[in-house]
Design a protein. Sequence first.
Length: 159
Amino acid sequence: MSLVVKSNTVSDISQTFVYERGHRNVLDFSFLWAETFPIPPHAIMALTALVLGSVQMVTSKGTALHKVMGYIWVGLMFGTAVTAMFIYELKIWGRFSPIHLLVPVVLVSLWLGIRAARHRDIRRHRKIMLSLFFLALVLTGLFTLLPGRVMQQVLLGGG
């Protein structure tokens, strides 16, 4: 097992930071770039929100940095929710799937979370934002790791 940084060209970010395990590559973004729009930006925003949200949980709260990172996280979550409205890969009810039900929940929760913070209701703000992180990012993200899904191929190696 070794960490290998591969990049034949500057634009070849699909092979950057590849962890090799045997003959299968993990973090092979070429699978993601091959998907139709808006799946690539949706996934990148969700992954970035997952990382940034994790950092938010271990850093000091109420600081200027926390607020800036929080607004960036809200923007990423907003973008993830909006792009999700245009993803129709899993069709259960016509063009829609259960993930589409989550979009208005995320958008309203983001607004409520910001509102709570602005009104100094930090307990409510914390509850809303943690719920969003664990339900809208972590839980739904786990479903993207099912066999045959693009993120399973990107993150766990596939072919």
